[in-house]
Design a protein around this ligand. Structure first.
Ligand code: G3P
Length: 215
């Protein structure tokens, strides 16, 4: 299972890379806006740090517009994956880009039928949103199980399931149990995953005892 970081913050990306926690990156317009910088500058900076897949989201709403935007964005880095929202025009662009050998992520997936269509269109990554389903009282992690179950039966659909909209460590555990290929995790959740009070207490005790016997 790969871990992508769901952030556009280059300082955090560098720090997490040094812990081996950045197989790739996902961004979206909201995450880019939070940096207060321009989209192209941020993506180019991330490309200088990370060799793995970097998801950059298009904003055009027609297939032709998406294709034009995607080809421009891809010039910034060979490792860029074009992130495209799930809809009719998006899938037209996904199929065309897959024919050109340009990898895509279909984002904002909320159902198994949507995942099937995105896989069939030639998406490299399918991005179901867990937390946003929980927000509307629908079990987000069930969708992960359903999508992985379906896709495992069709290996000829050469795509990976990437759990997104991860809000807390239990989402990560559930996504891993569901057997997703990738989890894209916000840095705040990585921070939560690192912690356990028994670890802190254990370190404190060991350091105290070490004073008695380490030279
Ligand atoms: O990767 C998509 C993710 O950033 C969405 O997360 O918390 O805004 O639903 P959230």
């Amino acid at each position: 299972m790969k871990i992508f970081l769901d952030t556009a913050d280059t300082t955090i990306i560098q720090e997490m890379k040094e812990m081996g926690l950045a197989d790739g990156i996902t961004t979206n317009p909201t995450l880019i806006a939070k940096t207060g910088r321009k989209f192209d500058e941020v993506i180019k900076d991330i490309c200088a740090i990370i060799d793995g897949p970097i998801n950059a989201e298009v904003t055009a709403t027609t297939a032709e517009g998406i294709l034009e935007e995607a080809r421009e964005i891809r010039q910034w880095g060979e490792q860029i994956v074009i992130k495209i929202p799930m809809n009719r025009e998006g899938l037209r662009a996904v199929w065309r880009l897959s024919e050109e050998g340009i990898p895509t992520t279909v984002t904002l997936i909320f159902s198994v039928p949507q995942a099937i269509l995105a896989a069939k269109a030639g998406a490299r990554y399918l991005c179901p949103f867990v937390g946003r389903l929980d927000d509307i009282a629908s079990e987000g992690t069930n969708l992960l199980y359903d999508i992985t179950t379906v896709l495992n039966q069709y290996p000829e659909w050469d795509c990976e399931v990437m759990a997104a909209s991860i809000r807390h460590p239990l989402h990560v555990v559930d996504a891993a149990r569901a057997g997703v290929d990738v989890i894209t995790i916000p840095p705040k959740v990585i921070d939560q995953m690192l912690l356990h009070p028994l670890t802190d207490r254990g370190i404190e005790q060991f350091l105290k005892d070490a004073k008695l016997c380490y030279s």
